[in-house]
Design a binder for this molecule. Structure first.
Ligand SMILES: Cc1ncc(COP(=O)(O)O)c(C=O)c1O
Length: 351
């Protein structure tokens, strides 16, 4: 129930089972990709046979994992586990490596689901405040725990901690370090080689963002084969369905298409950041497909969020400490960015 609430909280304005009532809604609240999946993915979907659906899928998603291993520079599929979205892999990693009563650590702010999943698992969750630039404080490295979740880029700030800090964390932390790279395709660099260099590092990826496949629920985790073997014991037998395996594979085969969409999103992101800054927002340098626009003026951030919603523009507002003066804005198309800027201009000028 709690888990479902956390998920639904992520889909502001969504009523289960109902289609959005407002036509032409501009949806910039859940960090989806505004561009469609690759034509090769759609072709793979149309090409699925009835037989592929009649039978159980490959329980170990071998073809998909082999393609991930190639793409991520690993020696073979034994370095990869596939998941029904990254959220499933976050739950599996807790089931696999954390006992009830153990401590899980992360930062504040961070991806909301870590704490929810840890609590459901009966683990304690310690969230350590990031500094004003959304960087790790010095004492973070001294904290003990069984597992650490580090989103890089961070959600909801979009900021990356330097690679050197993640290296230091992997060296100093006793337990498993999960580096959540949900948004790494939009960033300048990645920790994908960390599992080779650090035995406690797990890097997770999702196909929901850069590959435009949030609806297909596709995720992957990369780690040393000993760690992946433990995942394989605790995951559900058929945790990745046949359709998702096929679509994930097709998406990776059209890597250039994904990179072209990412380039468009990054260009819009950088333009939007400049425009929002000119309007008076303080916007940390995002390496992701969203911006955290912090606002100290009038009307306040909640009122701006509500007035945008009245204009059928959905952004994310978090009524919590350190974020209640900000809006998290997913990067849409160029036209959507223009519509957002027009609406914000009117709201701020009080029209
Ligand atoms: C930081 C972070 N990690 C993981 C996820 C989950 O991704 P998936 O859609 O693959 O479950 C999200 C989704 O928004 C996210 O923001």
């Amino acid at each position: 129930m709690k888990y479902q609430r956390a998920l639904l909280a992520d889909v502001e304005g969504y009523v289960p089972g109902e289609q959005p009532k407002i036509p032409n809604i501009i949806k910039l609240n859940t960090n989806e990709n505004p561009y469609p999946p690759s034509p090769r993915v759609m072709e793979a979907l149309r090409g699925l046979s009835g037989d592929a659906l009649r039978k159980y899928p490959d329980p170990v998603s071998f073809g998909f994992r082999r393609a991930c291993a190639e793409r991520y520079g690993c020696e073979g599929p034994e370095w990869v586990v596939a998941g029904n979205g990254m959220d499933e892999l976050l739950a599996i990693v807790l089931r696999t490596f954390v006992d009830p009563g153990d401590t899980v650590i992360s930062t504040y702010p961070t991806y909301i689901l870590y704490e929810t999943l840890a609590q459901l698992h009966g683990a304690k969750c310690t969230l350590v405040d990031l500094d004003d630039a959304f960087q790790l404080p010095e004492f973070f490295y001294a904290i003990k725990g069984r597992l650490c979740f580090l989103p890089r880029p961070n959600s909801p700030s979009g900021v990356c901690v330097p690679l050197a800090d993640v290296e230091r964390l992997c060296q100093s932390f006793d337990g498993i370090v999960v580096i959540d790279e949900a948004y790494a395709d939009f960033a300048d660099d990645t920790c994908m080689d960390f599992p080779k260099r650090f035995e406690n590092a797990i890097v997770m990826r999702t196909f929901s963002k850069s590959y435009s496949l949030a609806g297909a629920r596709i995720g992957a985790a990369v780690a040393r084969p000993e760690i992946i073997a433990e995942f394989m014991k605790t995951k559900d037998s058929y945790n990745m369905n046949a359709v998702s395996q096929a679509l994930g594979l097709a998406a990776m085969q059209d890597y250039d298409y994904m990179r072209a969409n990412v380039a468009k999103v990054r260009a819009t992101r950088d333009r939007l950041r400049i425009a929002l800054t000119a309007m008076g927002f303080v916007v940390p340098p995002s390496q992701s497909n969203f911006l955290l626009a912090q606002w100290g003026g009038a009307p306040d951030a909640r009122a701006i969020f509500e007035q945008l919603r009245d204009r059928a523009i959905l952004v994310r507002y978090f009524p919590v400490r350190r974020l209640d003066n900000a809006l998290r804005i997913s990067i849409g198309t160029e036209d959507e960015a223009d519509a957002l800027l027009r609406a914000l201009g009117e709201i701020i000028r009080g029209r």
